[in-house]
Design a binder for this molecule. Sequence first.
Ligand code: SAH
Length: 285
Amino acid sequence: MTTLQSTEAPLVSAYQESVADYWNKEKNPVNLRLGDVDGFYHHHYGIGTADWSVLDTPEPDRDQAVINELHRLECAQADLLADHLGAITPQDRLMDSGCGRGGGSLVANRRFDCQVDGISISKTQVAFANEQAKKRGVDDKVRFHLRNMLDTGFESGSFQAIWNNESTMYVDLSLLFAEYARLLKRGGRYVTITGCYNDTYGLPSRAVSEINAHYICDIHPRSTYFREMANNRLVPTCVVDLTEATIPYWELRAKSSLVTGIEDAFLTAYKNGSFQYLLIAADRV
Ligand code: SAH
């Protein structure tokens, strides 16, 4: 077990220690080989129409062609998130909350030339991400820290925008959004892309429960996002249902050499209406 004793990451629960332990050990090819394509390492899913012809690529190039296509779809997802961060200037500071290996922070810095602080409770991810920033020569502006998103220790009102890309299912949203209401400037922007369970289905389906068990997470219902935003000075300005748009990524991934075993659960959950893939952007008022 890794212990987060750093003063930078106070109040880590036993649950959070187990999540940190998972990510410290994680070396899934689906995360590493996709990032190897161009050095933007993402640990989220993709969106958009897939080019199915990659499956017909002659050997020995087929595998790499499928990987390139999956990476293109995950990069499209990161770009869509960045599109919703609002008007960012090079003087602004952004926070990538639950940053993984740091791809999203590098995407935002490349687009806005601004300061980005990425945080994760996995020390191996933080070290990996800082190495990537150094390789790209942007480590003066893009920094990664071992911190808990529920209690970041950053100064109040210091961020123009904060996002979570598939990392809100590891925390209690009432605590998370209270921290963001503190960290964001008035008029700042919050964006999340997340899987949530569909309130109209009822409670979590079997497939959603399988996803929870696989990642040691707790997928929230859609309603909780809006309730906790309203309770914490975050007013939604845009909601995009990406459920249809993410299915091609999962179908292509299920046919690739990189299957992790969770593909069928995602496809079942999306197709039976129990699970949704949403982008929510909100203004801090
Ligand atoms: N946003 C990234 C990674 C998503 S994976 C991307 O798009 O590529 C989920 C991430 O959430 C992991 O980096 C994990 O370490 C982080 N995480 C989970 N709980 C956390 C917490 N309490 N504080 C900070 N990071 C956390």
